[in-house]
Design a protein around this ligand. Structure first.
Ligand SMILES: Cc1ncc(COP(=O)(O)O)c(C=O)c1O
Length: 472
């Protein structure tokens, strides 16, 4: 039993004391964490992320008991664990909702301001909100169709295995207009993704199917392959191609300078590198579209209240008028649906405060150390990563020649499940590889745990395969 060990544990019940913020850990757990500085956060029902040593958690069982499992989280590209400040913002917003007579501050202006701070060259007036990146992309697709920008035989440039929130809205618009998708395949050792994209854009004028829109991320969501959006944007300008950016997997870690990348729209779901909750995408809309694009759904918040209009006395007649018709100025006209979500907005505000205070070069340096270690240590096991430039925070480990027969996607999924269940190591399986996406509190010790566990798993599945073959 170690009272000196301070844990991030949040038991729903159990032997902890509020007043001295300590908790009597089971001996096995205390032994595991000996010497590791942990912080106690008492928060029933919510497994908190530690404020200082996030990668070391104690799990809380169903009955509020701790198991002594250490967690190594390599899945920030799926969903970030919520920091204490984001949780508190949500809890506080929830309490305010319970008491509707209490005034709640409108935090949306601050959210627009913080998001625009991540996009050099933008202003808060250029930011609108959507419930998801798919929603934002659907809004864009409808506007491009409505304005006659996308027509029969036009092409829309996308990547092979691009995230579906981008693809579905444009598949839909292709069906209606007769436009088609021009899919740029994964990079090879001889050709980077950026080069392939530039070649296709430069060939656009000679081709029968002219590229009208390119919808691209800064890096690929499944393997971290990096695109040079500055050169791509320059080519888009030359060929009069609109550029829509899905920055979900990059903003918060990578810079996006809109004075160099002349994007028409930039959407980023907030529940990964922007440290927010699931359920929101923040969207930059270039000023040139702010008088012509329409929101996907129609609601009063997108309209300007006319001067002198009085909600308590003026009557509204759907035919003869008094429903304000003028849209809001700026990107706000494209805000989605009704009232901003009163729980999520304060939470993302808290996440963005954190993100905007961090130094991008420091974050990148820290993360690249971890992902480089993963790549070099996974190589002797038989894993390879995609050729070409890669972002600092996401890497895909593909089975190389020695593993390719054994590690089918199904086998990898089963391996990932065992890693999570038995070892508390969280990775994703995406596009035929393990996707490794650490964040700032992932340590080189976590990398060693991951590599040891992967080595054991590879041995195990190879043994199983041998046994299966022997039985045939
Ligand atoms: C590249 C990319 N874009 C977008 C999203 C999220 O999209 P949506 O907000 O539509 O769920 C994800 C993952 O969730 C992603 O990896």
């Amino acid at each position: 039993m170690s009272r000196a060990a301070r844990s991030i544990l949040c038991p729903c019940s159990g032997d902890y004391s509020d007043d001295d913020s300590s908790w009597d850990m089971p001996a096995s757990a205390a032994e595991a964490y000996e010497g590791i500085p942990l912080v106690l956060e008492v928060s029933p029902h919510i497994a908190s992320r530690p404020t200082q040593t996030r990668s070391v958690h104690v799990r809380v069982g169903e009955r509020g008991e701790a198991s002594d499992q250490v967690i190594s989280y390599f899945n920030n590209a799926a969903k970030t664990p919520l920091s204490k400040s984001v949780q508190e913002a949500g809890e506080c917003a929830m309490r305010q909702q319970a008491n509707p007579w209490e005034a709640q501050q409108d935090e949306l202006p601050r959210v627009r301001e913080l998001y625009s701070m991540l996009l050099k060259g933008s202003s808060p007036d250029d930011i609108c909100i959507a419930p998801s990146t798919a929603f934002a992309m659907t809004m864009a697709a409808h506007n491009l169709e409505r304005l006659g920008i996308l027509q029969k035989d036009d092409s829309i440039l996308v990547l092979e295995n691009q995230y579906d929130s981008v693809i579905y809205p444009f598949q839909d618009v292709c069906q209606r207009t007769g436009a088609c998708l021009a899919v740029i395949p994964h990079p090879t050792v001889n050709q980077t993704w950026t080069c392939s994209i530039l070649d296709r854009l430069n060939a656009s004028n000679d081709s029968t199917s002219r590229i009208k829109v390119a919808i691209l991320p800064s890096l690929h969501w499944a393997n971290g392959s990096l695109l040079d959006l500055v050169s791509i944007s320059e080519a888009c300008q030359v060929h009069n191609v609109l550029l829509l950016v899905d920055a979900t997997q990059s903003l918060g870690v990578l810079e996006l300078d809109l004075t160099k990348v002349k994007a028409d729209m930039v959407a980023a779901s907030v529940h990964k590198w922007l440290l927010g909750p699931v359920g929101l995408s923040l969207v930059y809309l270039a000023p040139r579209h702010q008088t012509t694009w329409l929101p996907l759904d129609q609601h009063g918040r997108a309209r300007q209240v006319p001067p002198g209009w009085n909600a308590s006395s003026d009557m509204m007649d759907p035919i003869s008028g008094f429903y304000p018709s003028l849209f809001q100025k700026g990107a706000q006209r494209c805000d989605s649906g009704g009232k901003p979500n009163p729980i999520l907005i304060p939470m993302i505000r808290a996440g963005l405060e954190q993100v905007t205070q961090q130094s991008l070069p420091d974050i990148q340096q820290k993360l690249v150390q971890v992902t480089n270690a993963v790549v070099s240590k996974a190589q002797p096991l038989g894993f390879v990563s995609v050729p070409g430039p890669r972002g600092p925070h996401i890497v895909g480990l593909q089975p190389g020649p020695s593993l390719i027969q054994t590690l089918t996607p199904q086998v990898m999924l089963a391996m990932a499940e065992r890693l999570a269940k038995n070892k508390g190591i969280y990775v994703a399986v995406r596009c035929g590889g393990f996707r490794i996406s650490p964040y700032l509190d992932t340590t080189l010790h976590d990398v060693d745990r991951l590599i040891d566990a992967l080595a054991q798993e590879c041995l195990r599945v190879q043994e199983e395969r041998k046994n299966d073959t022997n039985q045939l």
